[in-house]
Write a protein that binds this ligand. Structure first.
Ligand code: FAD
Length: 296
């Protein structure tokens, strides 16, 4: 799917979005932002909740369960297929700069981004440089004073009091199950995308984002009907110039039209989808020997 207009990063940032954590929450968020065309990098290293699970039996779509290495391979491959860059490195600090964030890693990488998505279930200390004490709460454990990330800091859509900072994890008990974490990653990514669209100038009425693919047979009307649909939703008090509005309208129509697939495209994607899935399975090879390059 192509992005509307230019991505934000072309002007001022290394990336539109930095995601901290490549587990179910972070990869799911990355699949959405990457598919929308936002330049997204996912850093993934360090303590993982999922890696502590012996074997996952309640993640929808795997009737006899899925081992954690294979699921990690599938998630990372999916995020990369969606356009994300996956970097095996630990984020140590997220700090503010004049227009967004600077992210520093254990291996000495420094990248800038307009938006950061926190998606590491354990920890959150890397957000400390932002200097907001209300992000953390103190608690006592076996007589010892400890500190942890305040799970009520973000709202339900992942927004925080810091413009451009979103949190998928850690939050409430949403992160208690892997599939709910993945779902929340998608929800927060939709928030990010609609905020990007608002910044690009789309009025609220059109800023929402649905990542749906449809059959071409369902496509009704021509380009002029889509223009009418768009214009009907632009509020009367919209202060965009005609030229800017036209630019946004045409880009939005291009994006919407690209989500309709012919029967041939559905067939081709089905075949490719099965092949890509099979790359991760060890069926037909010696037991325990995986055919995927992602397996460890
Ligand atoms: C023992 C155990 C068993 C479990 N069993 C099940 C089960 O059977 N079914 C179920 O649904 N759920 C189970 N869970 C819960 C499940 O693991 C979580 O719900 C899910 O993994 C949360 O996903 P997440 O992406 O939020 O966090 P995580 O899975 O923790 O993923 C976070 C990722 O971020 C990376 N990371 C962390 N810090 C940084 C950093 N600073 N910079 C860069 N990367 C970072 C980590 O390496 C990790 O890959 C279990 C949990 C545990 C502890």
């Amino acid at each position: 799917m192509s992005p509307d207009e230019t991505t934000e990063s072309q002007a001022e940032f290394d990336h539109d979005v930095v995601i901290v954590g490549g587990g179910p929450a972070g990869c799911s968020a990355g699949v959405f932002t990457g598919r929308y065309g936002l330049d997204t990098v996912i850093f993934d290293r360090g303590r993982s909740s999922l890696r502590r699970c012996a074997y996952l039996e309640n993640y929808l779509g795997f009737p006899a369960g899925i081992d954690i290495d294979t699921l990690y391979g599938l998630m990372h491959d999916h995020a990369e297929e969606a356009g994300c860059e996956l970097v095996s490195d630990l984020v140590e600090a997220v700090d503010e700069n004049e227009t967004g964030f600077t992210v520093t890693t254990q291996e000495g990488r420094t990248v800038t981004a307009r938006r950061v998505v926190a998606a590491a279930r354990y920890g959150g200390a890397y957000l400390k440089p932002l200097g907001d004490d209300s992000m953390f709460i103190q608690y006592e454990y076996e007589g010892e004073e400890r500190e942890r990330f305040n799970r009520d800091y973000p709202d339900q859509d992942g927004r925080t009091p810091f413009e451009g900072l979103y949190v998928v994890a850690p939050v409430t008990d949403i992160n208690a199950q892997a599939i709910i974490s993945a779902g929340h990653g998608a929800r927060v990514a939709r928030t990010v995308i609609s905020d990007v669209r608002r910044d690009q100038g789309y009025p609220d009425e059109i800023a929402g984002h649905w990542d749906w693919m449809r059959r071409a047979a369902e496509l009704e009307g021509d380009r002029d009907d889509w223009r009418e649909w768009f214009d009907d939703r632009v509020p009367d008090d919209c202060d965009l110039s005609e030229e800017k509005l036209r630019e946004l309208r045409e880009a939005d129509i291009d994006r919407r039209l690209s989500t309709y697939l012919s029967e041939e495209e559905v067939e081709a994607r089905t075949a490719r989808g099965h092949e890509r899935l099979a790359e991760h399975l060890d069926v037909g090879t010696e037991p325990g020997v995986k055919s995927t390059p992602n397996a460890e």
